[in-house]
Design a protein around this ligand. Structure first.
Ligand code: FAD
Length: 318
């Protein structure tokens, strides 16, 4: 079932969904089921699975020199999605990137997803790889999420890259897109970022999932601004609890978001990371309750494999 159909059918309640990461290369699928089994009590109607490109690393050769090699640490997004769909009978949403794919490879990967019965996709550009200064698309790949969305939307109309196909089937993908209540870090300004978001929706985006945030006010403003400019699709807030003191710096550095002053003050008072986790849980519960009151269609938790913390939060909401 499509994510937007699920949301439309559950308008009277706030749903809970999760994002998970595929296991590190070499780990078994049990590392995923260990995270998901306990979360099933919250009846998530869909689970997102992130996509991880290869990263560059310097590795020492036997002769002592260092060589730059590409390593993919978390493959398996599509396999995990298929496993989720058929093990739990709930929708799995693979994250799908422009980065690393030619348009031809994108088309073929979408065909695979269709054959697996995966109907939902979160369409993203992706970031620059480690050791690269900026995002570089493949020479014949999609440069922006907008281009990827256009390609998927064309396939949904039965239009493939190869124009000689006879009666090609129309795919039926529901397309999620990323939104940034505190602006994407590369955007010239907030307003221009919103204009590109509007283009993504006009091109075929069916709903928005936001970057994480710790202060609901920018999210509320973002929703209001989106509505003013005619972005009328569901806007699902992405949320993550803080669990370690070091995250006061690493989260803003990685995700280009601000930590609200009240949260920073509470975390700074903590004596251990366990204390920080408790503050993070309480903050996230209050944040979630306020989002429910606002009328969000779904709360989408970035689990990062920390099922204990996420369960503690969700238990207070159901
Ligand atoms: P875009 O929408 O293409 O925007 C990128 C930048 O370009 C923005 O600054 C935008 O304002 C600007 N822009 C957009 N369109 C145009 C245009 N036509 N012309 C000029 N400028 C334009 N990354 C991963 O690698 N794997 C994941 O699984 C993953 N999951 C994510 C899930 C969510 C909910 C979010 C919010 C992000 C996720 N990311 C993931 C990170 C994401 O790939 C990065 O934030 C990336 O830098 C931007 O992706 P995007 O799809 O928002 O890009």
């Amino acid at each position: 079932m499509k994510v937007t159909d699920i949301l439309a059918q559950n308008k009277e309640k706030t749903l809970i969904s999760f994002e998970i990461l595929p296991p590190l290369k070499g780990k078994s699928i049990e590392s995923i089921t260990k995270v998901l089994d306990p979360l099933m009590e919250f009846k998530p109607p869909f689970i997102d699975v992130t996509y991880h490109r290869e990263e560059f690393e310097y590795k020492q050769t036997p002769s002592g020199y260092f060589e730059k090699v590409a390593v993919r640490k978390r493959p398996g997004t599509v396999g995990i999605c298929a496993a989720i769909k058929y093990r739990y009978n709930i929708e799995a949403v693979p994250h799908f990137l422009c980065g690393g794919f030619s348009k031809e490879e994108t088309e073929n990967a979408l065909i695979d997803l269709g054959f697996l019965g995966i109907q939902n996709i979160l369409a993203l550009r992706g970031d620059a790889r480690k050791l690269e200064k900026k995002f570089v698309p493949e020479p014949d790949g999609n440069a922006y999420a907008l281009d990827l969305i256009e390609q998927i939307a064309q396939m949904n109309k039965g239009k493939y890259l190869d124009h000689d196909l006879i009666n090609p089937v129309k795919t039926d993908f529901n397309i999620g897109v990323a939104g940034y209540p505190e602006k994407h870090f590369e955007a010239a300004n907030y307003d221009e970022d919103l204009l590109y978001l509007k283009k993504k929706i006009d091109a075929g985006g069916d709903y928005v999932v936001t970057q994480m945030f710790f202060d609901n006010r920018p999210y509320f403003k973002f929703v209001e601004d989106c509505r003013k400019m005619g972005i009328n699709v569901p806007i699902i807030p992405g949320i993550k609890p803080i669990t370690r003191m070091s995250q006061l710096n690493t989260i803003p550095a990685s995700f280009y978001i601000d930590m609200p002053d009240d949260l920073v003050k509470e975390v700074r008072k903590c004596k251990s990371d366990e204390d920080v986790r408790q503050v993070g849980i309480e903050w996230c519960i209050q944040q979630s309750k306020s989002l429910i009151k606002f009328g969000v269609p779904c709360l989408h938790y970035y689990t990062m494999g920390d099922v204990k913390t996420i369960s503690a939060i969700c238990k207070e909401l159901v």
